[in-house]
Design a protein around this ligand. Structure first.
Ligand SMILES: Cc1cc2nc3c(=O)[nH]c(=O)nc-3n(C[C@H](O)[C@H](O)[C@H](O)COP(=O)(O)O)c2cc1C
Length: 328
C-alpha cells in the first residue's frame, strides 16, 4: 500500500466530508462505487478507542473498496489522541488521520473537543505533534473560521502547520454561526495564502457546478463535500465529469433505486437487521426535493422488513417508469 502524501496527490483533491452517523463504511462504499474521491470517515472518540469501546472500535473497520480513507478522531487530550491513532493504525491502517477541530455541537465542545480547540492553540498544536509522532500516515486537521472571530483561522492554521499538520480543511463558518449564514470562501482563500501546506475548502459546495467556483475563489487544493453528498452520492461522478470536460448525465429513477438498494444492503450488512430502521435518515436525503415521491417516502419510512422494502422499490420503479413513458 502506497503511503498517502497530500503534497503529491493529484489536484484538485475531492473528498467526502466527515459526517457523524452518515459517512460510515456503507455510505463510503456507495460513494466509492460511483467515483474515487477521498473519503473522510465520521468522527470517532479517541477516549472510547483507548477504553476499547467495542462499538467505537467497530466503527473504524475499513472495507478495501473505501480506500484511500481518512479516519477522523476527536478528543482533547494529546496523549489519548496519539494512543487512539496508534491503536487504529495498527488495527485498520487508514491512509490518514484527520483531527476534528471544527465541530460546534455542545456535547463535543464542552470538553475542549472539536471547535473548542480553536480557543486552545497550544493544546491543538500538541495534539498534532503527538499524533504525528505516534503514526506513520499523514495528519490533517479540519477547522472552522474561528470560535466567534472569523479571522482566527489565520493564526490558528499557521500554528497547525508549524506543529506538523499535513493538510488543513476549512469550513467557512465560525463555531458561533453553526450552520447559519453562508460559508465565507474569501476567508478560506486567506488561509490558503497564509500557509504552505495543502488546504481544502468546505462549506456550501452543494453541487458539482459549485466546485469549480469554490476552487477559483479560494485558490485551494481541493474541496470536501458534506451535505451535498447526502442522498446524492452521484455528485462525485458529476464532479469528475465536469472536471474532465465530460457532459453531465441525467439521473434516471432506475439508477436512483439501484443505489438506494445497494446502500440499504451495505447498511444492513454493517448494522444487521436493525439497519432497516437506521437507514431511514438516508431515505430522507434520497427523496429530498424529488417531485411526486412523498407517497413512497412515507411508505418506506414505516417499512420494517427487507422484503417489504424491496416490494416498495419495485412499485416505485414501475410507477416512475410508467409516468416517464407517458410523458415521452
Ligand atoms: C449530519 C452532519 C454530521 C457532521 N459530522 C461531522 C464530523 O463528524 N466531523 C466533522 O469534522 N464535521 C462534521 N460535520 C460537518 C461537515 O463535515 C461539513 O464541514 C459541514 O457540513 C459543511 O460542509 P457542507 O456545506 O458541504 O455540508 C457534520 C455535518 C453534518 C450535516
Amino acid at each position: 500500500m502506497e503511503t498517502l502524501n497530500w503534497n503529491t496527490v493529484s489536484k484538485p483533491i475531492i473528498g467526502l466530508s466527515p459526517m457523524a452517523d452518515m459517512t460510515d463504511s456503507a455510505f463510503c462504499c456507495v460513494v466509492k462505487s460511483m467515483a474515487s474521491p477521498f473519503v473522510f470517515r465520521e468522527m470517532i472518540s479517541s477516549e472510547a478507542v483507548v477504553r476499547e469501546n467495542k462499538k467505537t472500535i467497530r466503527m473504524a473497520t475499513i472495507h478495501s473498496d473505501e480506500r484511500p480513507l481518512i479516519q477522523q478522531l476527536f478528543g482533547s487530550n494529546p496523549d489519548v489522541m496519539a494512543e487512539a491513532a496508534r491503536i487504529i493504525e495498527t488495527k485498520d491502517h487508514p491512509d490518514g488521520f484527520d483531527i476534528n477541530m471544527g465541530c460546534p455541537v455542545y456535547k463535543i465542545v464542552h470538553g475542549f473537543n472539536g471547535a473548542a480547540l480553536m480557543r486552545e492553540p497550544e493544546r491543538a498544536a500538541t495534539i498534532v505533534q503527538k499524533m504525528k509522532a505516534a503514526v506513520s500516515v499523514p495528519i490533517s486537521v479540519k477547522i472552522r473560521l474561528g470560535w466567534s472571530d472569523p479571522t482566527d483561522c489565520l493564526s490558528f492554521s499557521k500554528i497547525l502547520e508549524q506543529a506538523g499538520a499535513d493538510l488543513i480543511t476549512v469550513h467557512g463558518r465560525t463555531k458561533m454561526q453553526g450552520y447559519t449564514g453562508k460559508a465565507d470562501w474569501n476567508m478560506i482563500q486567506k488561509v490558503k495564502q497564509h500557509v504552505s501546506i495543502p488546504v481544502l475548502a468546505n462549506g456550501d459546495i452543494s453541487s458539482a457546478s459549485l466546485v469549480q467556483e469554490a476552487l477559483t475563489i479560494t485558490g485551494c487544493d481541493g474541496v470536501l463535500i458534506g451535505r451535498g453528498a447526502l442522498g446524492n452520492p452521484w455528485i462525485f461522478k458529476q464532479i469528475e465529469d465536469l472536471l474532465t470536460g465530460k457532459p453531465l448525465t441525467t439521473l434516471s429513477m432506475e439508477e436512483r433505486i439501484r443505489v438506494i438498494r445497494l446502500h440499504l444492503n451495505l447498511h444492513c450488512a454493517q448494522y444487521g437487521e436493525h439497519g432497516i430502521k437506521t437507514f431511514r435518515k438516508h431515505l430522507t436525503w434520497y427523496f429530498k426535493g424529488l417531485p411526486g415521491a412523498t407517497y413512497f417516502r412515507q411508505k418506506l419510512h414505516t417499512v420494517d422488513s427487507m422484503e417489504n422494502f424491496e416490494k416498495i422499490l419495485e412499485e416505485m420503479k414501475t410507477s416512475f417508469t410508467c409516468s416517464q413513458e407517458k410523458k415521452t
